[in-house]
Design a binder for this molecule. Sequence first.
Ligand code: NDP
Ligand SMILES: O=C(O)C1=N[C@H](C(=O)O)C[C@H](O)C1
Length: 248
Amino acid sequence: MIRVGVLGARGRMGAEVCRAVEAADGLELVAAIDQGDALDELTKAGAEVAVDFTHPDVVMDNLRFLVENGVHAVVGTTGFDASRLETVRSWQAATPGAKVLIAPNFGIGAVLMMNFAAKAAPFFESVEIVELHHPNKADAPSGTARRTAELVAAARAEAGAGASPDATSQEIPGARGADVEGVRVHAVRLSGLIAHQEVLLGGHGETFTIRHDSMNRESFMPGVVLGVRRVADLPGPLTVGIESLLGL
Ligand SMILES: NC(=O)C1=CN([C@@H]2O[C@H](COP(=O)(O)OP(=O)(O)OC[C@H]3O[C@@H](n4cnc5c(N)ncnc54)[C@H](OP(=O)(O)O)[C@@H]3O)[C@@H](O)[C@H]2O)C=CC1
Ligand SMILES: O=C(O)C1=N[C@H](C(=O)O)C[C@H](O)C1
């Protein structure tokens, strides 16, 4: 049995993760921690793996505690940029042992969407990303959209593709969305939605749209459970995304 603790256990994702861990063979939920609870409840309960779905403002403190206490971490909380990842690596170098898996999206379809978008991006002169979420989401753009933009930008750079053409002057700032590594990202917040993304690609007389929809938060659970089962055996101290766990 893998002993699992959940951080953000009363939240939308954390509550779903608690149910998924309790239902999964070989996993045991030993700690369910939320705002106001002491982190050392995790270590007192003997958690071997902690799953974090909290908030971008608190996740770094949580991760530091986990690394320093040798607890493997599976992190779904968003807000990770290159500088945060470097900080995590420095903690792991100082206190080796705990493996960390950080994934902006645990949905299998979402991972495939990002992968397909990166593959397609060099073949089209234009690419833009539209992410659509529930209005209670804390951050914008979504972690998934940021990661997609990074992957798309890297694939285009490697292929020698130029910038997407755009002759527009913005009459109102923000009208053309955010610029993430040269890729325009637009964030919609709409009641009734959960988590959705379209990658729009345009070329000569044709467009190609890759769309993924999470209809509920159960959609993320196969990826989270896979991460919990595999995190301790990951090759490096820090892994970003579950692509490698899926053989992509
Ligand atoms: N990687 C993925 O596949 C997915 C990632 N996410 C990401 O997960 C994160 C959480 O999303 P969601 O569940 O919707 O958010 P919620 O606000 O519903 O849940 C977050 C929970 O964490 C609690 N919390 C806040 N601070 C702490 C702390 N220091 N220690 C423990 N718990 C704390 C909150 O308490 P309180 O409300 O009292 O502040 C709340 O209960 C976001 O960053 C989101 O983008 C979401 C879906 C999928
Ligand atoms: O907050 C959410 O809901 C989600 N957050 C993640 C993100 O920011 O990409 C994953 C998914 O989109 C749902």
